[in-house]
Ligand binder design. Structure first.
Ligand code: ADP
Ligand code: MG
Length: 271
């Protein structure tokens, strides 16, 4: 069954879109069928992370009922299907947030994962994105004001009686910041991963290629791989590289591995 996972936060700029683009690619690298959707109607930019700059049909057209969701899917060579939102100001002005959860479930029923890049704050745009999803990953900086905003987002999700899978700490610098264990106990949620502040992220955005695709063995790519493993329910060591995965798959083919319950890694599928 397709898991529709919203990536949410309390504050903007914490790294939701960066996580959606990279987590989507990482899950695809691990052989899953993945789509990513930009539900940030007033601040769309998910497509840009993949170099998708000009596209005739967007989430806005789907919400305005001018197009079907299938028409808004753009296939990336990584295997990730991208459903971008419009960059046009006119579309922002004349598109009310509409719950397209049913369209997602129908048009993307072949997907293992649909990651939804949510808007920030607690207005209709964000609430609509929350309404469309089954479960959530909360992204935050490890600093008090951002944590306090994230806590409000957690409360809203509990009101919807939906599942919060865990927290990703991003842009971590280890300077005067709250500790991971403290944040985990404060939120009563697992920490899925800790991503450091690193200029390579900005470089990968400039290159319009998520870091997990551009440099799969970068420490951030390995950490995102670990997060993908946790989301998918398989524990992967942060230190495990693509090479380790490939070797493991070979040993699986040659010698078998009774403990391997999930899909072995495979090259991304291209349709
Ligand atoms: P959000 O979607 O939550 O608003 P973004 O993913 O757009 O946040 O990230 C905001 C900015 O932070 C982007 O310019 C991105 O380059 C930068 N950024 C995100 N994560 C990191 C990181 N780990 N290290 C350095 N810069 C980062
Ligand atoms: Mg964003």
């Amino acid at each position: 069954m397709t898991r529709i996972i919203g990536v949410v936060s309390g504050k903007g700029g914490v790294g939701k879109t960066t996580l959606v683009s990279n987590l989507g690619a990482s899950l695809a690298q691990q052989g899953f069928n993945v789509a990513i959707i930009d539900a940030n109607l007033t601040g769309a930019n998910l497509g840009l992370h993949y170099g998708l700059i000009s596209y005739p049909i967007s989430v806005h057209d789907v919400m305005k009922k001018n197009a079907s969701l299938t028409d808004a899917i753009y296939k990336h060579p990584s295997g990730v299907d991208i459903i971008p939102a419009s960059l046009s100001f006119e579309d922002v002005l004349d598109t009310p947030p509409v719950n397209i959860g049913q369209e997602i479930r129908t048009a993307l029923s072949d997907k293992d994962y649909v990651l939804v890049d949510a808007a920030t704050g607690l207005d209709r745009e964000t609430l609509n994105a929350i309404d469309m999803c089954d479960e959530f990953i909360l992204v935050t900086h490890p600093e008090l004001p951002t944590i306090s905003d994230a806590l409000r987002t957690k409360s809203i999700i509990s009101k919807y009686e939906k599942k919060l899978t865990g927290i990703v700490l991003n842009r971590v610098t280890k300077k005067d910041e709250l500790k991971k264990d403290y944040i985990a106990s404060f939120f009563k949620l697992p920490i899925l991963g800790v991503i450091p502040e690193d200029p390579s992220i900005r470089r990968s955005i400039e290159l319009k290629n998520p870091i997990v695709l551009q440099n799969p063995n970068h420490k951030i790519s390995l950490e995102i791989r670990k997060i993908a493993g946790k989301v998918a329910g398989k524990e992967m060591k942060a230190g495990k590289s693509i090479l380790d995965e490939v070797l493991e798959s070979f040993s699986f083919v040659l010698f078998g591995s009774p403990s391997k319950k999930t899909k072995p890694s495979e090259t991304p599928k291209q349709k």
